[in-house]
Write a new protein. Sequence first.
Length: 122
Amino acid sequence: MPRTAKEILAHADELARRFAEHEPIPGQIIDARALRDIAAAVERLAGAERDIAAAVAIARAEGHSWAAIGAMLGTSGEAARQRYAPGPRQKPRRPAARNRAADIRRFAERSGAAAGGERKRA
Protein backbone atom coordinates (compact mmCIF):
# COMPACT_ATOMS: atom_id res chain seq x y z
CA MET A 1 0.00 0.00 0.00
CA PRO A 2 1.47 3.40 -0.96
CA ARG A 3 2.46 5.56 1.99
CA THR A 4 4.09 8.70 0.66
CA ALA A 5 2.61 11.30 -1.68
CA LYS A 6 5.06 10.19 -4.38
CA GLU A 7 3.99 6.54 -4.00
CA ILE A 8 0.30 7.52 -4.05
CA LEU A 9 0.76 9.54 -7.25
CA ALA A 10 2.73 6.73 -8.88
CA HIS A 11 0.00 4.26 -7.90
CA ALA A 12 -2.68 6.59 -9.31
CA ASP A 13 -0.74 6.89 -12.57
CA GLU A 14 -0.47 3.10 -12.82
CA LEU A 15 -4.21 2.68 -12.22
CA ALA A 16 -5.01 5.35 -14.83
CA ARG A 17 -2.76 3.60 -17.35
CA ARG A 18 -4.40 0.23 -16.69
CA PHE A 19 -7.84 1.77 -17.02
CA ALA A 20 -6.96 3.48 -20.31
CA GLU A 21 -5.54 0.26 -21.77
CA HIS A 22 -8.38 -2.00 -20.65
CA GLU A 23 -10.30 -3.75 -23.41
CA PRO A 24 -13.44 -5.57 -22.26
CA ILE A 25 -13.85 -9.19 -23.25
CA PRO A 26 -17.04 -9.47 -25.33
CA GLY A 27 -18.31 -12.47 -23.35
CA GLN A 28 -18.02 -10.52 -20.10
CA ILE A 29 -20.32 -7.66 -21.14
CA ILE A 30 -23.78 -8.08 -19.65
CA ASP A 31 -27.07 -6.29 -20.21
CA ALA A 32 -27.95 -3.91 -17.37
CA ARG A 33 -31.70 -3.90 -18.04
CA ALA A 34 -32.38 -5.59 -14.69
CA LEU A 35 -30.40 -2.90 -12.85
CA ARG A 36 -32.36 -0.16 -14.63
CA ASP A 37 -35.59 -1.95 -13.66
CA ILE A 38 -34.47 -1.96 -10.03
CA ALA A 39 -33.68 1.76 -10.16
CA ALA A 40 -37.10 2.50 -11.68
CA ALA A 41 -38.86 0.37 -9.05
CA VAL A 42 -37.01 2.16 -6.25
CA GLU A 43 -38.11 5.51 -7.69
CA ARG A 44 -41.74 4.33 -7.79
CA LEU A 45 -41.43 3.03 -4.22
CA ALA A 46 -40.05 6.37 -3.06
CA GLY A 47 -43.01 8.15 -4.63
CA ALA A 48 -45.44 5.75 -2.96
CA GLU A 49 -43.73 6.26 0.42
CA ARG A 50 -44.02 10.04 0.02
CA ASP A 51 -47.72 9.67 -0.88
CA ILE A 52 -48.34 7.49 2.18
CA ALA A 53 -46.57 9.95 4.49
CA ALA A 54 -48.63 12.83 3.08
CA ALA A 55 -51.87 10.85 3.44
CA VAL A 56 -51.02 9.95 7.05
CA ALA A 57 -50.32 13.61 7.85
CA ILE A 58 -53.71 14.60 6.38
CA ALA A 59 -55.49 11.80 8.25
CA ARG A 60 -53.92 12.92 11.54
CA ALA A 61 -54.81 16.56 10.82
CA GLU A 62 -58.42 15.46 10.27
CA GLY A 63 -58.42 13.70 13.65
CA HIS A 64 -58.09 10.04 12.72
CA SER A 65 -56.51 7.84 15.40
CA TRP A 66 -53.17 6.10 15.03
CA ALA A 67 -55.04 2.81 15.43
CA ALA A 68 -57.24 3.58 12.40
CA ILE A 69 -54.23 4.74 10.38
CA GLY A 70 -52.28 1.64 11.38
CA ALA A 71 -55.19 -0.55 10.29
CA MET A 72 -55.12 1.05 6.83
CA LEU A 73 -51.35 0.52 6.65
CA GLY A 74 -51.66 -3.11 7.72
CA THR A 75 -49.81 -2.54 10.99
CA SER A 76 -50.51 -1.46 14.55
CA GLY A 77 -51.32 2.10 15.52
CA GLU A 78 -48.14 2.25 17.58
CA ALA A 79 -46.01 1.13 14.64
CA ALA A 80 -47.70 3.73 12.42
CA ARG A 81 -47.10 6.45 15.03
CA GLN A 82 -43.45 5.49 15.41
CA ARG A 83 -42.90 5.65 11.68
CA TYR A 84 -44.97 8.68 10.67
CA ALA A 85 -45.41 10.92 13.73
CA PRO A 86 -43.45 14.17 13.56
CA GLY A 87 -41.20 15.19 16.41
CA PRO A 88 -38.41 13.79 18.55
CA ARG A 89 -40.25 10.57 19.48
CA GLN A 90 -40.06 9.39 15.89
CA LYS A 91 -37.54 6.60 15.43
CA PRO A 92 -34.80 7.24 12.88
CA ARG A 93 -35.65 6.26 9.32
CA ARG A 94 -33.47 4.82 6.64
CA PRO A 95 -32.11 7.32 4.12
CA ALA A 96 -34.81 8.55 1.74
CA ALA A 97 -35.56 6.19 -1.11
CA ARG A 98 -35.13 9.08 -3.53
CA ASN A 99 -31.47 9.21 -2.52
CA ARG A 100 -31.11 5.44 -2.94
CA ALA A 101 -32.53 5.70 -6.44
CA ALA A 102 -30.13 8.52 -7.29
CA ASP A 103 -27.25 6.46 -5.92
CA ILE A 104 -28.29 3.49 -8.06
CA ARG A 105 -28.58 5.72 -11.12
CA ARG A 106 -25.13 7.26 -10.50
CA PHE A 107 -23.65 3.78 -10.04
CA ALA A 108 -25.22 2.61 -13.27
CA GLU A 109 -23.93 5.64 -15.15
CA ARG A 110 -20.40 5.24 -13.78
CA SER A 111 -20.34 1.56 -14.67
CA GLY A 112 -21.64 2.24 -18.16
CA ALA A 113 -24.98 0.53 -17.57
CA ALA A 114 -27.06 3.62 -18.34
CA ALA A 115 -25.06 4.68 -21.38
CA GLY A 116 -25.07 1.64 -23.59
CA GLY A 117 -27.21 -0.81 -21.70
CA GLU A 118 -24.08 -2.82 -21.14
CA ARG A 119 -21.73 -3.17 -18.22
CA LYS A 120 -18.18 -4.41 -18.05
CA ARG A 121 -17.57 -7.09 -15.48
CA ALA A 122 -14.36 -6.75 -13.47
